[in-house]
Design a binder for this molecule. Sequence first.
Ligand code: ZN
Length: 325
Amino acid sequence: MFLTLLLAATTLLTGACRDSSSTPKTAKAGQQAAPRVELRAEEYDPKPDAPPALKISGQRAYQNLKDFVSLGPRPIGSEGHEKAELFILSHLEGAQIEQDKFNAQTAAGRFAMNNIIAKFAGKKDGIIVLAGHYDTNLPLKNTTFVGANDGGSNVGLMLEIASQLRQQPPEGYSIWLLFTDGEEATVNWTDADSVYGSKHLAKRWEGDGTAAKIKAFLLLDMIGDKDLDVFRDTNSTPWLLDVVYRAAQRTHQQTHFFATSNGIMDDHLPFRDAGIPVADIIDLNYGFDNIYHHTTQDTPDKCSAASLQIVGDVVMETIRALNTH
Ligand SMILES: [Zn+2]
């Protein structure tokens, strides 16, 4: 029933993330490595004596965003992309790093890609993944498009989270920060021409047993918009979205969450199809009617430290909640 309803809903919805003409991907049944116990979102509410959520700084996240996009455009195959990889790696010193390098045959030819994973070991058996892409749109490579919000915002916040985790390693589940590559379409967004890095890594994690250890996969995309209104993504895992929403309520930020529902195609789908609970935290209403998305207007002045603080606080509170089980 759940799957039928979800599929019925997603086929009606436009592929809001990149191209409204695309057909959303459908979930494949029976691919979960091990049965997962599904709890109600309320059961994740932290007890009063639970350790506090990790504190992060929206200001520092925003400074990271500005520093990152000052490197210029970073489409796959470009010098800017190499600079972006080095920037991320240089800000992750002290973490256990894995680089998942591979070559992808794309609609625009063959490209080297690199998913970067920073692993912070916790004390509980299991992993929470925070993910977001760092590449910029290839078709816009000959413009000044720097993706301040689209790629820059999540990198800025994730690097701030990394710097806090370095000082205060996770008490609960391990936290892996995953900087995905090749999220953007190389010609036009379709299931085939998109999320190259995620497809590659999700397949690997499904094969080597990692997927079964991941408790939750939280995707951050376009979270820097000054006017923050995060969508409720109908392609994400409902109970996990509910945990996120309850975290938003506890941090008194619920007005910024889930007023609008839509089916989003993004980096989370290959991981969902590998049996992992996923939530795409995305505000795909960037400027009036999403007018700044994939334009040279996607610059740091359209983003704010306040929005990064809100998303950061809600994500940290979500992790605190997930650690109750
Ligand atoms: Zn994009």
